[in-house]
Design a protein around this ligand. Structure first.
Ligand SMILES: Cc1ncc(COP(=O)(O)O)c(C/N=C2\CONC2=O)c1O
Length: 401
């Protein structure tokens, strides 16, 4: 291994959400009055989706080189190398590339979702999502005061599939005009097959829906699987918007620079007019370096994550046999059904914070259709993973059924 994924890095005093933001994000305890039997720095943090691994050196070096130019004035992306790096990455990894003129940037994908819901739907229209879901899909509808419509995924012993009859019926509502689609899927870890993507695309096309395909997790796929961008299936669909970013892949969410591919000329012009964005010069340098030089590091990361997931699988099978877990097809997020141990627990994050000293997301944090489930971020050194799993095991065996 060329890269050290076992290194434990101190994130204190870095304005880090993972260490300092959990009280408000998980427990809505903005005032910080909640008490836990653990000091904040005693928690094993397995909640927010960023990684405990160093952002790759080739990215940091590119950002340092930009810093050495010593002026950080108003900046936009003029260098074609930024777009060339992104296009080369998607061509090499997905056999797909988009037109440069279709790319706009946003300060993160959630920021794009908030704006796109406003741009593409009218106040009396509805937004359709698959559930369980990353909560910010719901928040993007809520924030814009649009009605949210949920189509629950079918859970067959931990393997999730789309209920196409339900999805089609909800998509056919004339007031439903937008679907926010997650591929790969957070939190279930599904990588939708070409057949599934075709069915989704047909339903969206038949009902003339706008379709936002959030593909932020697409690089973090298990080694023997491949991601198919929805844009490869819907090659000619003008109302498709594809969201991609290096933020999850290279642990650089803090650079808040994402690529949003908008085919529709009117929407793109509206975006560029209303969403006046200059970009952070350090973020541009970092993102360009990530896509230009990231393949080798990513392959090693994927191998380390596969090892962590194998450890989770074996640990649960041996020590917590009533827990249900399937290796996710993508992401670094393990989706675990612990309902058999805690059938009546309605606040799983609070239980594990109090009883295990582990910070995790779970239960109703994923909109609906997620009762009894916890989500474990395994993008951490294996020593931390082992500590977290042992604490979870002890808590469930002591306090669970
Ligand atoms: C599907 C999906 N879309 C967008 C984002 C955020 O994109 P950003 O605004 O950072 O560019 C996340 C991050 N998911 C997280 C972050 O913490 N916990 C999660 O599940 C995500 O899972």
């Amino acid at each position: 291994m060329k890269y050290n994924f076992d290194e434990i890095i101190d994130r204190k005093d870095t304005n880090c959400m993972s260490t300092d933001g959990f009280r408000s994000y998980i427990f809505h305890d903005e005032a910080g009055i909640m008490k836990f039997p653990y000091q904040d720095d005693e928690f094993v943090r397995m909640w927010i989706a960023d990684m405990e691994f160093a952002t790759p050196k080739f990215i940091l070096d590119a950002m340092k080189a930009r810093l050495d130019r010593r002026i950080l004035g108003y900046t936009k992306i003029f260098d074609p190398g930024y777009y060339q790096a992104f296009k080369k990455w998607t061509e090499e990894h997905y056999g797909w590339s988009c037109k440069k003129e279709h790319i706009v940037t946003s300060a993160g994908i959630v920021a794009a979702l908030y704006i796109l819901v406003d741009f593409v739907t009218k106040p009396d229209e509805k937004v359709l999502i698959l559930t369980p879901s990353y909560a910010y899909f719901k928040y993007a509808a809520d924030y814009n005061k649009r009605e949210l419509v949920c189509s629950d995924l079918i859970n067959e012993n931990g393997y999730y599939t789309i209920n196409f009859e339900d999805f089609a019926q909800k998509a056919a509502d004339a007031k439903t005009t937008l679907c926010i689609f997650c591929n790969p899927h957070n939190p279930t870890g599904r990588v939708w097959s070409e057949e599934e993507l075709k069915k989704v695309s047909e339903i969206c096309r038949e009902n003339n829906l706008w379709l936002i395909s959030d593909e932020i997790h697409c690089d973090l796929i298990r080694k023997n699987l491949r991601h198919i961008p929805m844009a490869k299936v819907m090659t000619d669909y003008d109302k498709l918007i594809t969201c991609m970013a290096p933020s999850k892949t290279f642990n650089m969410a803090g650079t808040t620079l994402s690529n949003i591919v908008i085919r529709n000329d009117k929407l793109r012009a509206y975006w560029q007019e209303r969403y006046y964005l200059t970009e952070n010069p350090l973020s541009i340098a970092g993102v360009q370096a990530a896509y230009a030089h990231g393949s080798e590091w990513l392959e090693e990361l994927k191998g380390y994550l596969d090892g962590n997931f194998a450890y989770v699988r074996d640990f649960l099978a041996e020590h917590l046999p009533k827990a249900k877990f399937r290796l996710p097809e993508a992401t670094y997020l393990g989706w675990v059904d612990v309902g058999a141990y805690l059938p009546a627990e309605d606040n799983l994050p609070k239980f594990f914070a109090d009883k295990a000293g582990v910070l995790l997301e779970g239960g109703n944090m994923f909109v609906q259709n997620s009762d009894g489930y916890i989500r474990l971020n395994v993008a951490c050194p294996r020593s931390i993973l082992k500590n977290g799993l042992n604490r979870i095991k002890e808590a469930l065996l002591k306090y669970g059924n």
